[in-house]
Design a protein around this ligand. Structure first.
Ligand SMILES: [Zn+2]
Ligand SMILES: [Zn+2]
Length: 433
């Protein structure tokens, strides 16, 4: 696949949309927008909504509520690609990149004019088989992809758009089937055992959830005990109990099968039992809750009683570290797949939290601000990745086999992959299928 050089070069001139100049100290927000540190500081100081937003301010670009760290704007993470561009690494013979950037961008500066740039999909790792969706407001288009789910009953891909408040449904090969618009703010989506769609919502009275038939007919509204929660991620366990994340309270809510309040756990912070901006959630085969604790740049696994079982990662660019992890899912062996959005890659971990693979990388090659934001799996080897930029919406379907990657990984390291294979029995099971 060739790179759209125009688009990349265009984005190389990317600028802060507050001051319309090249970035000075570019700070990355969890909604994936980037602004100068100083621009953000004066925007917050002058924003009339600040004091009403209960500790958050609307992002100047997308209006999503942004919760500023306790230490202020300077504690927001830097945007490494914008930093790289403002330091003029790109397109110049500046030699090696700082080591912390090399995992993301390669050893040499990324040069959009170079013809031999290896592209996002490495065929030996993840092979791109379908690519669909585009940015816009037509029936089949999206402007801000948030939720992504597979309806295994109807064999459809379900996408929610939290800007257009629209649910769009595609076939497993990416053909547009239908869409419907909701009259409230929708966030994430999951599919119930009956094939209905459960959406996390805000500004729908005091409700937390809405359930729709896949043709758009409303089934029910739930969660009226929760006021002003700013819910985001939604998932269901094997008993059809619902798990919802709250960006406002930095908490996980569990609801009963009848969608009545059950228990909550977590509070704001960076300790083992804390969350900061827990965006997405999934439930694994053991009914453990797997959360992308985005503001803390880590993945956490909790039992359904709230007991902490595992923490993966921490902020950084190396393998096994994260930079605003967003959507996540598990395969049938409970391996964890994460859209490591601001690191422009997908990472896969064993159920014990061991880094296994990074099947999709360098999504900035679609455009400097194009990042993976969500991920889902279907069939035995299909991986669906939602990609989002400021004027970019696309869904890629990859063919991906963990075991194939581990073999090539071993090949690269002179066949010395025994430690991975020993720790990774699911690949054996996969080969036998
Ligand atoms: Zn600025
Ligand atoms: Zn934003």
């Amino acid at each position: 696949m060739s790179i759209n050089t125009d688009r990349v070069t265009d984005n190389v001139r990317m600028e802060c949309s507050i001051c319309h100049r090249q970035f000075t100290k570019p700070k990355a927000l969890p909604c994936l927008h980037t602004f100068c540190e100083e621009c953000l500081r004066s925007y917050i100081a002058s924003n009339p909504d600040s004091e009403h937003a209960r500790g958050g301010v609307p992002c100047p670009a997308c209006r999503q509520t942004i919760y500023i760290p306790a230490g202020g704007v300077s504690e927001l993470p830097d945007n490494p690609l914008a930093l790289m561009i403002t330091h003029n690494f790109i397109g110049q013979d500046t030699g090696e990149l700082p080591p912390s950037y090399q995992t993301l961008f390669g050893e040499k500066a990324f040069d959009p004019e170079a013809s031999d740039v290896s592209f996002v999909d490495n065929p030996s790792v993840a092979k791109l088989v379908h690519s669909f969706g585009s940015h816009g407001s037509n029936e089949e288009q999206c402007t801000f992809l948030s939720g992504l789910a597979i309806n295994e009953i109807t064999n459809e891909i379900v996408v929610s758009d939290c800007s257009l408040n629209k649910v769009t449904i595609f076939s497993l090969k990416g053909q547009f089937k239908r869409s419907f618009v909701c009259n409230c703010s929708i966030r994430d989506v999951c599919v119930t055992a009956q094939g209905t769609l459960l959406l996390s919502v805000s500004r729908s009275g005091s409700a937390l959830l809405r359930e729709y038939h896949s043709d758009g007919r409303l089934v029910g509204v739930y969660g009226s005990h929760y006021h002003y929660e700013n819910p985001y991620g939604v998932a269901m366990d094997s008993m059809q109990r619902v798990v919802v994340t709250s960006l406002e309270k930095n908490m996980i809510h569990l609801l009963t099968e009848q969608k009545r309040p059950s228990i909550n756990f977590g509070s704001k912070g960076s300790g083992p039992n804390h969350f900061f901006q827990p965006y997405f959630v999934t439930v694994n085969g053991r009914d453990d809750v797997v959360v992308s604790d985005s503001g803390n740049h880590r993945i956490k696994v909790h039992g359904l009683n709230g007991q902490l079982k595992l923490i993966i990662g921490g902020q950084g660019h190396r393998e096994g570290q994260f930079f605003y992890p967003l959507g996540l899912c598990v395969d049938k062996w409970d391996n964890i797949y994460v859209a490591d959005s601001n690191n422009y890659r997908v990472q896969v971990f064993s159920p014990e939290g061991q880094f296994l693979s990074s099947p999709v990388k360098k999504t900035f090659q679609y455009g400097a601000d194009v990042k993976p934001t969500n991920i889902a799996l279907f069939g035995d080897n299909k991986m669906v990745v939602a990609l989002r930029g400021s004027k970019f919406c696309q869904i890629n379907i990859y063919q991906f086999q963990l075991s194939a990657h581990i073999r090539s990984y071993g090949g690269k390291d002179g066949g010395n992959c025994c430690s991975l294979l020993c720790c990774f029995s699911p690949s054996v099971a996969y080969d036998e299928m």
